[in-house]
Design a protein around this ligand. Structure first.
Ligand SMILES: Cc1cc2nc3c(=O)[nH]c(=O)nc-3n(C[C@H](O)[C@H](O)[C@H](O)COP(=O)(O)OP(=O)(O)OC[C@H]3O[C@@H](n4cnc5c(N)ncnc54)[C@H](O)[C@@H]3O)c2cc1C
Length: 331
């Protein structure tokens, strides 16, 4: 169903900077919708390095990237952001009444008074296996993300990949005993995933809960069978190739924004773009001295929020209040 809904702010990108934006806007009583093409929040922290420690977040001497995202989710919960996950923003249109319309690949139209682009490196897109007829089966038999594990109940499922996503989903599905058969195919004998997960996979395979096929690759697919290493055939209902994600600037390039080297040019005191009511924060923006660090994106979120408040409420005076004094109050 296509929706048209209004919030004060739309944030495009649910990476760390987009999430912290919800907090900064929440403090000044502006409600946010956060849209991300991925099915889960966290941007690079969740997709590229969830288990790597980060040492340069002020006040947190060491925090795993995945834990930082969990903490941010907790911090913004009180401001009840609306998440539209698994949706790619295709277009933004300025409306006559100063409002901005955002259109997604699901045909949804969302409207806001201001838009903050926190699109990081761009849209993360799955790395697809190089198989000629793959597009024929993408809508019915192939999943590049796992969004509804229930659909694999009593089905023949094949996962391909040797990184954390492939291992984590294979373990999850095997431990839940969801599938009729579960096969994990990996092209080498060595995995890239966490050592703990590798141990679990080997144990589950010894208990016949996972059919583990190493030094193997899917070389062909048809509606019912998957071919491995050009000879062995396997019945399957779903194939889940999890070969990681690669970022692409994507539709952002076509929104009439001033760009430099695939980044959005912003003015440095409030991170506004060349379009009124449109800001860009985090890795997606560029200015003299820019650093692609989470801490810089957090700072940009705070200043963009203040400027957006004045843009939305030109007649109101803005008063900075410390959260130690004001508290963090719900709407
Ligand atoms: C291996 C590695 C280690 C790092 N270590 C550190 C570190 O120690 N300290 C540090 O400060 N930084 C570190 N960084 C950098 C840090 O991860 C980035 O600065 C940070 O993720 C930027 O956050 P962001 O919110 O701007 O963007 P991202 O995290 O890139 O999130 C952007 C989100 O926008 C979404 N998106 C983009 N376009 C669209 C669209 N059209 N529609 C819908 N959604 C869209 C994407 O899907 C993505 O989820 C590291 C990066 C890497 C790769």
């Amino acid at each position: 169903m296509n929706k048209t809904e209004l919030t004060d702010v739309i944030i495009i990108g649910a990476g760390p900077c987009g999430l912290f934006g919800v907090f900064q806007f929440g403090l000044i009583k502006l409600r946010c919708r956060v849209i991300d093409v991925l099915p889960e929040v966290g941007g690079q922290c969740s997709t590229i390095y969830p288990k790597k420690p980060i040492y340069d977040i002020p006040g947190s001497p060491e925090v795993l990237a995945g834990k930082l995202i969990k903490n941010l989710e907790k911090q913004i919960k009180t401001f009840e952001p609306i998440f539209s996950l698994g949706e790619k923003v295709l277009k933004i249109n300025k409306k006559r009444n100063k409002k901005i319309e955002v259109i997604t690949n699901k045909g949804n139209k969302y409207t806001a008074k201001v838009v903050v682009i926190a699109g990081g490196l761009g849209c993360f897109e799955p790395r697809k296996p190089k198989i000629e007829n793959i597009t024929e089966y993408e809508k019915t038999k192939i999943d590049y993300f796992v969004t509804e594990p229930e659909k694999y109940k009593n089905k023949n499922v094949v996962i391909s990949g040797g990184g954390d996503s492939a291992l984590d989903w294979a373990i999850f599905l095997a431990e839940k005993k969801y599938c009729k058969t579960l096969t994990l195919i990996h092209r080498s004998e060595r995995f890239r995933g966490h050592l703990d997960s590798v141990d679990k996979i080997i144990n589950l395979s010894k208990k016949n809960k996972i059919n583990l096929m190493l030094n193997s690759q899917v070389t062909n697919i048809s509606s019912e069978k998957i071919t491995i290493n050009k000879k062995q055939k396997l019945n399957y209902d779903f194939w889940i190739p999890l070969f990681g994600l690669s970022p692409k600037l994507g539709p952002i390039a076509e929104w009439g924004l001033n760009l430099e080297n695939n980044k959005i040019k912003v003015r440095t005191y409030d991170y506004k773009t060349n379009l009124n009511g449109v800001y860009a924060i985090g890795d997606i923006n560029t200015y003299k001295g820019k650093l692609n660090l989470i801490l810089c994106g957090f700072h940009e979120a705070a200043l963009a929020a203040q400027s957006a408040y004045k843009y939305i409420n030109p007649d109101k005076k803005f008063l900075l209040k410390y959260t130690t004094v004001s508290g963090v109050n719900k709407f």
